[in-house]
Design a protein around this ligand. Sequence first.
Ligand code: 0GY
Length: 299
Amino acid sequence: MPKFTVDADWLDFLPSPSRPNFTLPAGTVDAHCHVFGPGDQFPFVPERKYTPCDAGKDTLFELRDRLGVSRNVIVQATCHGADNSAMVDALHSSHGRARGVATVRPDVSRAQLAAMHDAGVRAVRFNYVPRLVDPQPDEYYHRIVEKITPLGWHIVIYFEATDLANRWKFFTSLDAVVVVDHMGRPDVSQPLDGEEFELFLRLIREHDNFWVKTTCPERLTRSGPPTYDDVVPFARRVIEEFPDRVLWGTDWPHPNLKFHMPDDGALVDFIPFIATTEALQYKLLVDNPTRLYWEGEKW
Ligand code: 0GY
């Protein structure tokens, strides 16, 4: 008997995604993906808000090769809380082809941080989405920042667009590189030049330590797959205005989607619609993530 029962409304990732038509440049980094368990080996934490299907490192590495991706950045998923062992195990198995983004608590020890650094962790994630984690005060995050600063790590933040104004002061006080997940989760039914997305663009424009993941059309869209037409103008805008501070990723295995499961091949075929020249594609897929996660190394 498996230790965990998957949520009744859970959508599994596609077992055989299509091979993309768009050929990714050599050195492409999938800068946002996760591993889940397997739960029998790496148990999900009691405080989790969802119980996913297993999606282990071997399946992730198969997907990497199928899509033509060269490297991965594996982001600790909230179902594993601050137990980073599944993610770190995947880093160890990647032969240097994966970096990690951890979740830590303020009482994390320097020895634990050093071990994660050696494994390839280069950032922590602060998650402000209440359906995924319980809220914490700024002080909690400040204590983490103090501990990771000596390692030169950056900070990944995940929040809802409606929350940005409230969190602005704290976010802009961070003295490190800050990477925003999924373009700050815009409501793509609102105008591109509307107040909400303008505030987000202002954040990136006025703070050159901020980077953006142009990820998750499948999570943001209302018009639907496979072309995600309503997301295109938002992602293009970000890529064209901040070409040196954007990242791309699959978000495999796509947690908590309720309406459709994307075909990962189609997510790759989406790239030329948002990064419309070879030069922009190279920055988005290779140059920027390599600079951020494999500093000093060339693909
Ligand atoms: C994502 C998005 C989600 C989940 C998580 O760590 C997570 O559990 O990030 C979500 O449900 O929106 O980035 O994978």
